[in-house]
Design a binder for this molecule. Structure first.
Ligand code: BGC
Length: 719
């Protein structure tokens, strides 16, 4: 339909019908194709006719269920406006991919795109139209449980992944490709910066910092054509995002020109009352509609109060019309007016959900996102023929999908123990649980010691269970649980070589394992094929290539600790750490334990000289930076060569380094290749104190290396 037809449709709608389009409820209100006006719904003051007319549904999937609900809904709908089905398809639908933080560590945006395309296919054939993804919140605090949903601490890398996910979900045309989804970027804005890492907590930052670090990834998703945006729970400069006119109308709509659908987060309109920004539901509705929020998720402020607000003249009906029109336009883009059942197809569902092709991609992504953190004496890969004791609560755990695993079932996950068993010879592997995730019995430790004594090498399978991260999963103690550390201490006494595989959803404080183990592999929550991918890394069929996209702190006391920090006026001289009046801790290093960009391989890479095409750069004359990299080991591997820049003196102080580019070189043993980067003046721009973006003439440093710490350096001038 064109705009005129959509407006005609709008004009036929009653005010009640229009406002009902702005309401989104969970599927149980529509169960069996019938609206269920019981319990909580009654208490919310929602009537059956509101449910019957509501514009979208949250969390219902399954082709047949969706078909039933849609048909029943349309049979009662006066104007035949179809429902939209939305869900949190975050890292896979039925085939579960590694968590987004792990996907980030692959630095492989093509594979990330592929994973989103598969997730879209599986969910679209199951009846879903919109996914509440990608989540692109920049994060610097691993206490926050939702760091597992992001791709990390860097605005540039997050932006690339934001674009890749949107491309994967949405494809080229939602109308012509019914097995794609509309994407909804979230949580706008800066939800990833809650004070103290406590979920839903206050966010406090300057507008400049917001624009410089936090907004770029949302913007990148929109530049890629992302159809929807979700507001965040937090305040932004004292005003809850959901009612924040400056953010939503000012930046999102007016400045960026976003004309798609803006949805509140779950109950976040009503939560303005708890925030202390609205006295009651009516006031909350007023603020949200003024800010430009189109859909209210899970609370009835709009349906109950917009009619009165319009009648009293406080709210212009045009605001509602504008919201409804955006919703209708999205329904049209999805092709729902022509085919309200869209991709929903029970037969396709049976064919594609968790099919081998999808599982293969999940495997590949898991293999490319596990980060080798330590490998002393080349303990990994495990030497052939050695007897292995696999010990720990994750040895045979299927809790490896991670939070937000949609309709994925743990029972489908390939466990590490099972996968290793298949790969090692008869009698080469013993498995012992050793401890629970948070509890341990002496008898478990005794059995583990007995198993270990009989083996040549111990492989520990440790971690956090999936509920220890994700929404509402903030922690102040981010070490491995004490029960597991006790297991490690006891096993350490045996004196055998020890490799640890860690399953979890956040950068941990690795105290108690990083020194004790000879090798450490960060597996994250690796998804459906996790066990197979990790086993192949352990035995050397796969050479790990992933790189951290979030720093691992020495301790919680250092947080926030991230690579793109400022220098301060009193930076510590690393050769004079005893100096007192400098910016440092007296009981801890300043740097994280493991920096952004870090990760090891089973092979080694050597960097040649860093070469610049000149020593000046102008607005029209970019600069080329190159370095030759050689695989000096005896197996093929991928080296992620990273380019960082520092603006030595700016109008506003600039980060010590900022990622500006990277290339992934796949090199055979002995092979060399050049990593070549082009630096343009545009890449040197940043937000000045007046919030405009510009570059400052002067000296810049350029760093190239395998991570954000161990780099070659050169400098140039912008003239
Ligand atoms: C989360 C969102 C999610 C929504 C719907 C909220 O609690 O913050 O990320 O999309 O629930 O499930």
């Amino acid at each position: 339909m064109d705009n005129r037809q959509l407006t005609e449709l709008l004009n036929q709608m009653t005010l009640e019908e229009k406002i009902a389009q702005l309401l989104q409820l969970t599927a149980n209100f529509h169960e069996g194709g019938e609206s269920q006006i019981t319990g909580p719904l009654e208490e919310m003051g929602i009537t059956e006719s509101m449910v019957t007319a509501s514009g979208s549904v949250l969390g219902l999937s399954g082709a047949q269920s969706v078909i039933d609900v849609q048909k029943s809904y349309l049979s009662k709908s006066r104007l035949g406006i179809p429902l939209m089905f939305m869900a949190d398809v975050v890292h896979g639908f039925k085939t579960i991919f590694p968590i987004p933080l792990a996907i980030g560590c692959s630095w492989d945006t093509e594979l990330a795109e592929k994973s989103a395309e598969i997730a879209a296919r599986e969910s679209a054939v199951s009846g879903i139209h919109v996914t509440f993804a990608p989540m692109v919140d920049l994060v610097r605090d691993p206490r926050w449980g939702r760091v597992m949903e992001t791709t990390g601490e860097d605005p540039y890398l997050n932006s690339l992944f934001a674009r890749a996910f949107v491309r994967g979900y949405q494809g080229g045309s939602l109308k012509d490709e019914p097995e794609r989804l509309a994407a909804c970027v979230k949580h706008f804005a800066a939800y990833g910066a809650p004070e103290g890492g406590r979920d839903y907590n206050t966010v406090n930052m300057s507008e400049r910092n917001l624009r410089e670090q936090y907004l770029p990834a949302y913007k990148a998703a929109l530049d890629e054509g992302c159809e929807m945006v979700m507001t965040s729970f937090n305040t932004v400069d004292g005003i809850p995002a959901t009612g924040n006119e400056k953010l939503m109308r000012g930046i999102l709509r007016d400045e960026w020109g976003f004309d798609g659908v803006l949805i509140s987060d779950w109950a976040s309109i009503r939560e303005m009352i708890a925030h202390g920004a609205a006295e009651d539901d009516g006031e909350a509705a007023y603020r949200a509609i003024r800010a430009g929020v189109d859909i209210e998720m899970m609370t009835p402020c709009y349906v109950q109060h917009l009619p009165g607000l319009i009648e009293s003249g406080r709210v212009d009906e045009a605001l509602v019309d504008e919201a409804v029109l955006r919703i209708l336009r999205l329904k049209d883009k999805l092709g729902l007016f022509d085919n309200p059942l869209r991709g929903a197809d029970p037969e396709r569902e049976r064919e594609v959900l968790f099919c081998q092709e999808h599982r293969n991609v999940s495997y590949e992504l898991a293999a490319k996102s596990s980060v080798l953190l330590k490998n002393e004496g080349g303990l990994l890969p495990l030497a052939p023929g050695k007897k292995v004791a696999l010990i720990g609560p994750f040895a045979q755990s299927d809790d490896i999908l991670g939070w937000w695993s949609c309709v994925g079932v743990k029972e489908d996950a390939v466990k590490l123990g099972t996968a290793l068993q298949e790969r090692l010879a008869e009698g080469q592997l013993v498995i012992a649980e050793g401890s629970g995730v948070v509890s341990v019995e002496q008898s478990q430790i005794d059995a583990a010691i007995a198993a270990a004594q009989d083996a040549d090498v111990i492989v520990l399978a440790l971690g956090e269970d999936s509920a220890m991260s994700g929404e509402g999963g903030s922690r102040t103690n981010i070490r491995l649980p004490e029960a597991q550390l006790e297991l490690v201490r006891q096993l350490k006494k045996i004196g055998k070589p020890m490799a640890a595989v860690i399953f979890n959803g956040r950068p941990l404080d690795l105290h108690g394992i990083i020194d004790e183990a000879d090798a450490v592999l960060e597996a994250w929550f690796p998804g459906s094929e996790g066990g197979a991918a990790i086993a192949d890394i352990l035995i050397g069929r796969v050479n790990p290539s992933a790189r951290l996209t979030m720093s691992f702190p020495h301790s919680v006391g250092q947080i926030p600790v991230y690579y793109n920090h400022y220098n301060t006026g009193r930076p510590m001289n690393p050769d004079k750490t005893e100096e007192r009046y400098v910016s440092k801790y007296i009981d801890s290093p300043n740097d994280p334990l493991l920096p952004f960009g870090y990760g090891l391989s089973y092979t080694t890479f050597e960097y040649g000289e860093l070469k610049l095409s000149g020593n000046e750069i102008t607005a029209n004359q970019p600069l080329q930076v190159s370095v030759s990299v050689t695989n000096t080991g005896d197996r093929a591997g991928i080296e992620t060569v990273q380019l960082y820049i520092r603006d030595v003196a700016g109008e506003v102080v600039r980060p010590m380094r900022e990622l500006k580019g990277f290339v992934r070189l796949e090199l055979a043993p002995g092979e060399s290749a050049d990593a070549v980067f082009t630096i343009t003046e545009e890449q040197l721009r940043y937000h000045h104190s007046d919030l405009t973006q510009a570059s400052d003439p002067g000296t810049f440093q350029v760093f190239v290396g395998p991570n954000s710490r161990d780099t070659l350096a050169e400098s140039f001038r912008l003239v």
